[in-house]
Design a protein around this ligand. Structure first.
Ligand code: SF4
Length: 298
C-alpha cells in the first residue's frame, strides 16, 4: 500500500495513516474481518501492494478511535482485562486462526466493553434492509464473547459499547426526537446472543471466508447490499413550493398512484440509489469488477 500526501500535511500525519492500515494475513481472520465482506478481504489480500490512498482518506474516526483505546487502556484498574489478544485455532487449512482483541473485560461483572469514536450518522441514519444500524457492533462483540469463552473459558454477562460521538453538537439535540444522541458520550448495551447462536454465526462466517479464498481470477462472492451500504432507487411525490417530499416510495408505479390520489401532489422526482461504500469508502473498489461495471463508466 502506498499512502500519498496530496495536501502537504505533516510527515507525522502520513505515518499515522500508515500505522492505521493493517495488512490482512491469509491464515488469520480478525474479528472485524470475519463480520465483514469476504470479497473485500480477498481483494485486499490480492492487491495490498497496489492500493494507493491519500492520508486524508484514512478516516479521523479510526485514528481518534485508536487514541481513545490507548488512553482508556492507560486508565483501567486491575479489575479489567485490557486489550487481551485472543486467537482460536480453526483446524482448517486456509484460515487457521480467528483472532480478536476486546478493549476491556470486567472480570467481576463479566462485561465486555468496547470503545468507539464515530460520527452521529451511525445513529441517525437507518439502513434500508432491516433498519439496524448497530448490527456490526453487536456482531463484533458477540464474536469477542465467543473468543473469550473458547480461548480463556470466560463467560460474558453483558456487551457494552462506550461510544463518543465525534461530530456531536448540543444545538442538534431535540428531546422529542430520540435518534440524535442526547449526550456526546453514551453507553450502549448490545444484544448478547446465546452460546449456540454465537457458535453458528462464527462458523458460518468462517466458512464464507474460506469458500471465497480462491486462487487469483476466480469470481468472488459479491458483497451483500448491507455490506455495500446500498440505497435503493426511490421515487418522491412532491408538492410545488415545498422542499420535502409528501411521500417517498420504492416504485414508480406506486408513486404515480399516490400522485393521482393526492390533490396537493404536483410531480414525481426520481432519486437514484447507490452503493455508498463502493463509491466513497471501499479502498479496493478499483480492483472490484462490480464497482468497475457499475460505477467506473460514470
Ligand atoms: S467495491 Fe463494493 S462490491 Fe466491490 S469490494 Fe468494495 S464494497 Fe464490495
Amino acid at each position: 500500500m502506498r499512502i500519498t500526501n496530496k495536501y502537504g500535511l505533516s510527515r507525522s500525519r502520513v505515518n499515522l495513516a500508515y500505522h492505521q492500515m493493517q495488512r490482512p494475513t491469509e491464515n488469520i481472520l480478525r474479528a472485524t474481518e470475519l463480520i465483514d465482506a469476504p470479497r473485500m478481504r480477498m481483494l485486499k489480500l490480492r492487491h495490498w501492494d497496489e492500493i494507493v490512498i491519500d492520508c486524508t482518506d484514512v478516516g479521523a474516526n479510526s485514528i481518534y478511535g485508536s487514541m481513545k483505546h490507548l488512553l482508556v487502556a492507560g486508565a483501567v484498574d486491575s479489575g479489567y482485562l485490557s486489550e487481551v489478544k485472543l486467537k482460536w485455532w480453526t483446524n482448517e487449512d486456509i484460515i487457521e486462526w480467528i483472532s480478536g482483541t476486546p478493549d476491556l473485560y470486567d472480570k467481576e461483572s463479566q462485561i465486555i466493553e468496547d470503545n468507539k469514536w464515530t460520527k452521529t450518522w451511525k445513529q441517525v441514519y437507518r439502513w434500508e434492509d432491516d433498519g439496524d444500524q448497530f448490527r456490526d457492533w453487536e456482531e463484533q462483540l458477540n464474536v469477542y464473547a465467543w473468543l473469550l469463552r473458547k480461548v480463556m473459558a470466560l463467560d460474558t454477562n453483558q456487551l457494552v459499547i462506550n461510544v463518543s460521538w465525534m461530530d456531536w453538537t448540543a444545538y442538534r439535540v431535540d428531546p422529542n426526537k430520540n435518534n440524535y444522541p442526547q449526550r456526546p458520550d453514551e453507553r450502549k448495551i448490545m444484544s448478547l446472543w446465546d452460546n449456540n447462536k454465537q457458535q453458528l454465526y462464527v462458523l458460518d462466517r468462517l466458512h464464507r471466508h474460506i469458500s471465497a479464498t480462491h486462487k487469483d481470477n476466480t469470481p468472488l462472492p459479491l458483497c451483500t447490499a448491507t455490506e455495500r451500504w446500498a440505497k435503493k432507487d426511490k421515487w418522491a411525490v412532491m408538492k410545488k413550493g415545498r422542499k420535502s417530499a409528501l411521500s417517498v416510495v420504492l416504485s414508480e408505479q406506486n408513486a404515480n398512484e399516490i400522485l393521482e390520489k393526492t390533490p396537493e401532489a404536483t410531480s414525481i422526482e426520481y432519486r437514484k440509489g447507490a452503493d455508498k461504500r463502493c463509491v466513497d469508502y471501499c479502498i479496493v473498489n478499483q480492483f472490484c469488477d462490480y464497482w468497475r461495471d457499475t460505477y467506473a463508466k460514470d
